[in-house]
Design a protein. Structure first.
Length: 203
């Protein structure tokens, strides 16, 4: 199968997976149900994704790939670490409060097996946080940041950026954020983080 055709079919399968997830929850989102919704064969899904966990890992990874690519490209480019962190904020926040991320998290909260939550953790924060840590460690080596433990610095930044916003979106207590609100919150998080973690307390 040509790469573009496969990519198009994968997109349809993954869109169908979200539709089935919303309708049936994670427990009811069988590979067969998703295959039927996508008008694909069950065999194709198993060949491409391995099993249901593999399919949802792919969804979470695709949802996060733009942010992951931004960090990786920034680290490879030699850009100033604080510039990478500054550019990251709105993209990461937009990802975490996007409709698909909220849908995945709602399904995870309702999944009694804990499987989907483990997938989100593994492919989401656990794949992105180490890259944020690399950016911060580079900034520390350059004298732009000052902290003792990388994990604590990453946690502080994410708490300032996200706080309880995502969970409030998941439980329906917070309306969707528009681009201006996302940019404003990300800028505030960046400035507050620098006040706490930069030697001078300034950007």
């Amino acid at each position: 199968m040509r790469d573009e055709n496969k990519a198009s079919r994968q997109q349809k399968i993954e869109e169908a997976a979200y539709t089935v997830l919303e309708a049936k929850g994670y427990a009811g989102a069988s590979m067969l149900a998703i295959a039927k919704a996508a008008r694909a064969s069950n065999e194709t899904l198993y060949n491409w994704y391995g099993d249901k966990t593999g399919l949802f890992k792919a969804l979470v990874l695709r949802n996060a790939e733009e942010v992951k690519a931004l960090l990786e490209e920034g680290l490879d480019s030699g850009k100033r670490p604080l510039d990478i962190l500054h550019a990251l904020g709105p993209r990461l926040l937009a990802l975490l409060v996007s409709p698909r991320a909220i849908q995945l998290n709602r399904a995870a909260a309702a999944d009694p097996t804990g499987e989907l939550g483990a997938v989100i953790s593994e492919r989401g924060r656990e794949s992105i946080a180490p890259l944020i840590g690399e950016v911060m460690e580079r900034a520390r080596r350059e004298g732009a940041l000052e902290f003792d433990a990388t994990g604590e610095a990453v946690g502080l930044y994410l708490n300032l950026l996200v706080g309880d916003l995502q969970i409030r979106r998941v439980i329906g207590r917070e309306p969707p954020l528009d681009e201006a609100a996302i940019n404003r919150r990300a800028e505030q998080a960046y400035e507050r983080f620098l006040r706490l973690a930069s030697p001078s307390g300034q950007p």
